[in-house]
Design a protein around this ligand. Structure first.
Ligand code: NI
Length: 406
């Protein structure tokens, strides 16, 4: 038996109404310093420079994913019956902790550290931090079981499907939450309906009832729109491009080029190599914001300029990338004395709102027909079929200072 809190704790949430906590271990994790650190990391990286209310953090998203999983394992009858108590607690904790390894400006930073946030997530859960202690203190072996769900190695594949597939609590929460905080309505879909149509097969595979396939179509479309309107917004990508260039500049400068105050913030990145969890803990968007402020006054004109651009939102402009445009921009930049390594960036984004068959089939969405047969979603939905067989969409852009005159 897992210890309960004295009374049920409820946390007010604009997306779910309330987050309900009645397990002591869940409450202890929420109150740990590592989990509280997520308050200092925005959910959407640079999107706040486009959507000014997108200041919400990984903290509330993590609570939201937990709440959806809590509802799945208690309110969805098939799931409640398919899992034992230990599995339910394990998957709720995995939901709560699935993003614990995110660093500041996640995606821009991952390119600089060459480490994925999933790696840090498993290290934080297993490598003797406060979190490891809380989990092991609750029940021996729990930390590994939670990390196994996150790294897709769980003995019961249903646990991973609940938090990481193409119809999972992580996506359920971030779409609704990001739509709410950006003020876009594209991300909305009918979560209540999806929870009602979830079923589990005898082989522990999550399926949805055919009668509810429209709710799933709506969710896939929500995802498609959110990617192109919010996640891949070119202005947010411009912000992340400058971040990447600033970190590249800091690494190129090494210790000697930067004044002590800024160095103390960015040292683990500048050194390269494995970052210790103690150092990682201190890396958040508050400390980095302070670091940028310090860099604005440093002697290096490039680092000072890039940091100032981030602080004051003087972002790079962008154009569709083509060899011709690129040449024109690069020539102009060179003529005006810009160092291309720090003032010219290119990125290409692609996104499929749904992939019918991944490397394993675990991520696919399956539909249970009226005759009881299970089929993959694109065979049950014309909209999804058209979406995955139609022409792909990508967006290839170059970013450069808007001051240059083409
Ligand atoms: Ni997440």
């Amino acid at each position: 038996m897992f210890a309960r809190t004295d009374e049920e704790k409820v946390l007010r949430d604009p997306v779910h109404g309330y987050i309900h906590v009645s397990l002591q271990v869940v409450w202890d994790v929420i109150n740990s310093a590592w989990f509280q650190r997520l308050r200092r990391i925005r959910q959407l990286g640079g999107a706040y420079v486009v959507y000014h209310c997108a200041e919400h953090s990984r903290f509330e998203h993590s609570l939201g994913v937990y709440e959806i999983v809590r509802r799945m394992v208690t309110e969805v009858r098939d799931i409640a019956e398919a899992l034992n108590e230990r599995e339910k607690v394990t998957v709720m904790l995995a939901a709560l902790l699935h993003d614990i390894g995110h660093g500041p400006y996640s995606h821009a930073l991952e390119g600089v550290t060459d480490t994925s946030h999933e790696e840090f997530t498993c290290r934080i859960i297993e490598e003797d931090t406060e979190i490891t202690f809380i989990l092991e203190n609750c029940s021996t072996g729990l930390s590994k079981e939670v990390a196994d769900v996150i790294r897709h190695k769980s003995a019961n594949p249903l646990l991973t499907q609940l938090i990481s597939s193409q119809l999972d609590a992580d996506r359920f929460d971030y779409l609704l939450r990001d739509a709410y905080f950006t003020g876009t309505t594209y991300g909305e879909y009918d979560l209540e309906r999806i929870l009602r149509i979830m079923r589990v097969t005898d082989h522990n595979q999550l399926v949805v009832k055919e009668s509810g396939v429209y709710a799933v179509e709506n969710y896939i479309m929500a995802r498609y729109h959110m990617y192109w309107q919010v996640y891949y917004h070119p202005v947010a990508r411009s912000y992340e491009c400058i971040l990447h260039m600033l970190f590249t500049r800091l690494k190129d400068m090494g210790k000697d080029g930067i004044q002590e105050r800024a160095y103390s913030v960015f040292a683990p990145l500048i050194h390269g190599g494995t970052i210790s969890l103690d150092d990682y803990f201190k890396m958040d968007e508050y400390t980095f914001g302070y670091g940028f402020q310090c860099l604005c006054e440093c002697d290096d004109p490039i680092a000072a300029d890039l940091a100032g651009r981030l602080r004051d939102r003087r972002l790079f402009t962008y154009a569709d990338s083509s060899p011709q445009t690129n040449r024109r921009i690069r020539d102009r930049l060179k003529k005006e004395g810009y160092d291309l390594r720090y003032y010219w960036g290119r990125d290409e984004v692609k996104q499929s709102p749904y992939v019918p068959y991944g490397s394993d089939h675990s991520g696919s969405i399956f539909v249970r027909g009226k005759d009881g047969r299970t089929m993959e979603l694109s065979n049950a939905s014309n909209i999804v079929y058209s979406l995955i067989h139609g022409p792909g969409k990508d967006d290839n852009k170059v970013f450069y200072p808007q001051e240059i005159h083409l």
